[in-house]
Ligand binder design. Structure first.
Ligand SMILES: [Zn+2]
Length: 701
């Protein structure tokens, strides 16, 4: 398979004129409804030639725009750019989705070969002086062009994109920038690879089943299977998750094993063959140098200039304002656990989840095995998630079994608008499998754009445990919340009415707002009663159990908030370093930074340490991990708007749809929010929802 792929690529490179323009499934828009990807026709060997051909086509289209002898106009420059690169967009959307949710060695190889080429491709466009001169000419005349609001916004967006990519720099600085971009693309790819390897290597081998006492049977079976697959039949392997804290610590009675697991987790990437300390430190330095070239004092300032927060100080203030309440609550939680432990030993980070679970049982009496039978996956999807979208936005959903999928577990639904118009396709890929990355996310195979005449083709990917054949998939309430969350992102994409594709994205600190507000509907009484029914009897969940779920919602929030703030402030500390800073020693930098922000709490380490903080060093969240909290301020505050205006209704949903969900990046998000709420967001609702502050008039549990 791999050899076949390589041979195919070699032919394409040697004989570019024979590039399979007719046969490659990405060379033309898919003929399927909604231009849904023709997964029955796409094979792994199609991707690399399509990416290469796509870059070539886009470059020649962009050259033609840049070299046009006519004076620059909105149509022949800005709109022409929006139309360019269609093939590259098609292949990258599908390729990007599959490398995350259904990858294999062939796709991984293509990914590392193409990443630096794609970085250079981007520079070739944004650092093209002729092209920028045309964009700038339109930008400079925009006041006299009589453009509509969205077109005007697009002109400003395009101009800013060029400037932020270095278009105003001298040739010498452009050369420096290209080198920094190339190094960054290599280092981030290297970081991801090393973290994956370090995480796999850090898995714990356990010799006997007795040591695993407390762990659920299904997890013990999985640990035995993991050992077997590594040639250690008869032993057990505990594999690591991406976060500092590891799920088995909730159950393992053996304290020294909990400690071993914890140490393996926090030591990942800190020395050894897959050391990442130097990569993080160098990335921080080179990002600061890039920011300086582009006129900013540090990388965070450069990044946040495009975000709703605007400045690092605003983001840092939101977080540091919460530190006292979060750490005080975490100390309360620790105190409650120490009471359970007694004087035998002092609570350590590897004890936290084990004793938190004991407190949860004692104080809230919630037993997960009692809850799950009421959350059967199909019922949650149709009678919960879809039902809520119908109540709020009038949408209806019909499964389509006639369209091809990339994996048999994937289901496709056609989404119809309130007036009967076909709106979008929605793909649900819910179950965990070894070739899928951890976590949950949303993306689009096709972006909705009135200009291009395309409708959204959106997917949700989750990692719920797949049941044995013939058994129902029964979810935890956390899983249910995740399903509502990701569907909120899907709604944001499906309900967008934007014209130009470049205005489809919103700042990162706004993008979690539509997803997080959708989580609130999971517990809305009319929605909850509609889906939370026993999978065998169809009976609704008893009120006592519902009350327990509600009451335990703020449980352990001191811990959760503190570990999140630790990681988010660490991210800010790295990315506010000035450009002339020497390479930092990670092991000295981290404690100093956490102490500076008054969040160095030994029992509650950051959710990610620098050596395995992939969001920041290997993903797109550099100086951006604060975004979840920023969006949470918006979603809790907006949820209170619904509450103050009669709650969940079609009228309120329609208002939210029109003022927020349909607007994409066509307006400043702060202005969008202000128009919806009637004022700027306030942090109070978030503090109440997290149990960090009491509502003065709180009559709810
Ligand atoms: Zn999200």
């Amino acid at each position: 398979m791999k050899r076949h792929c390589t041979l195919f690529v070699a032919l394409v490179l040697l004989l570019p004129r024979l590039a399979p323009a007719q046969t490659n499934p990405f060379s033309a828009p898919s003929p399927l409804p909604f231009q849904a990807p023709a997964f029955d026709k796409i094979s792994d060997s199609d991707f690399q030639p399509a990416i290469e051909e796509g870059m070539k086509q886009r470059l020649s289209e962009v050259e033609a725009i840049a070299n046009n002898t006519e004076p620059a106009t909105f149509a022949n420059t800005i709109e022409a750019m929006e139309r360019s690169g269609a093939m590259l967009v098609r292949v990258q959307r599908v390729f990007g989705a599959l490398t995350q949710s259904n990858t294999n060695p062939a796709l991984q190889k293509i990914q590392s070969e193409e990443a630096p080429k794609l970085a250079a491709h981007r520079d070739a466009i944004y650092l093209n002086p002729k092209l920028f001169a045309r964009v700038k000419a339109i930008y400079d005349q925009r006041a006299s062009l009589n453009l509509d609001r969205e077109s005007n916004r697009l002109v400003e967006r395009s101009y800013r994109d060029f400037v932020r990519a270095g278009a105003l720099l001298s040739d010498e600085d452009k050369t420096t920038l290209r080198a920094l971009n190339k190094e960054q693309s290599q280092l981030t790819t290297d970081y991801r690879k090393r973290v994956l390897a370090a995480t796999n290597d850090a898995a714990i081998v356990v010799d006997t089943k007795e040591e695993l006492a407390g762990l659920p049977d299904a997890d013990i079976a999985a640990a035995a299977e993991a050992a077997k697959s590594r040639g250690l039949t008869g032993k057990y392997i505990l594999t690591l998750q991406n976060t500092t804290q590891q799920p088995p610590q909730t159950y393992l009675k053996n304290r020294s094993l909990r400690e071993r697991l914890f140490n393996a987790s926090v030591q990942r990437g800190n020395g050894g063959p897959n050391d990442t300390t130097k990569i993080g430190s160098r990335l921080a330095q080179l990002r600061a140098q890039r920011a300086k070239l582009l006129g900013f004092p540090n990388y965070a300032a450069f990044n946040l200039d495009e975000e709703m927060a605007k400045t690092p100080d605003n983001a840092i203030k939101l977080m540091t304002d919460m530190v006292p309440a979060a750490t005080a609550k975490a100390r309360d939680e620790a105190g409650r656990m120490q009471t359970l432990i007694g004087s035998a030993f002092k609570l350590q980070p590897w004890d936290w989840q084990f004793y938190a679970e004991a407190v949860r049982k004692a104080d809230y009496n919630v037993d997960e095995s009692q809850v799950r039978p009421y959350f059967e996956i199909n019922r949650v999807l149709r009678d919960g998630v879809f039902f809520a979208a119908n109540k709020l936005y009038g949408l209806t959903f019909e499964e389509r079994k006639d369209l091809p999928v990339y994996q048999p577990d994937v289901h496709i639904f056609e989404v119809t608008d309130v007036d009967g118009t076909p709106l979008a396709l929605f793909y649900a890929d819910f179950f965990s499998r070894p070739n899928k990355s951890g976590g949950a996310w949303t993306g689009s195979f096709v972006g909705g754009s009135k200009f291009l005449g395309t409708k959204p083709v959106v997917y949700n990917v989750e990692n719920f445990t797949k049941p044995a054949p013939g058994q129902p998939a029964l979810l935890s309430f956390t899983d249910v919340t995740t399903m509502f969350h990701e569907f909120g992102h899907a709604l944001h994409a499906m309900l967008s009415t934007i014209k130009y594709p470049s205005l489809g994205s919103t700042p990162r600190d706004f993008v979690e707002f539509p997803s997080q507000i959708n989580e609130h509907w999971a517990l809305e009484p009319s929605v909850f009663a509609n889906y939370a029914k026993h999978y065998k009897t169809g009976k609704p969940m008893p009120k006592s159990l519902v009350d327990k779920i509600k009451a335990s919602r703020t449980f352990n929030q001191g811990f959760a908030t503190t570990e999140y703030l630790g990681a988010a402030l660490l991210d800010m500390a790295w990315h506010t370093l000035p450009p002339d800073t020497a390479l930092q020693d990670v092991n000295a930098f981290e404690p100093e930074a956490l102490t500076r922000f008054h969040i160095n709490m030994p029992e509650v380490p950051p959710r990610y340490h620098t050596t395995y903080f992939s969001h920041v060093w290997g993903g797109g969240y550099a100086a951006g991990y604060y975004a979840y909290l920023w969006s949470e301020v918006l979603d809790d505050d907006a949820f209170y708007w619904f509450r103050e205006h009669g709650g969940m209704s079609r009228a309120n949903g329609q208002r939210f749809r029109e003022m927020i969900l349909s607007r994409g990046g066509t307006e400043d998000p702060a202005a969008l929010y202000r128009a919806f709420r009637g004022r700027d967001p306030i942090v109070e609702p978030l503090l109440i929802e997290r149990g960090l502050k009491r509502s003065p008039a709180d009559t709810r549990e």
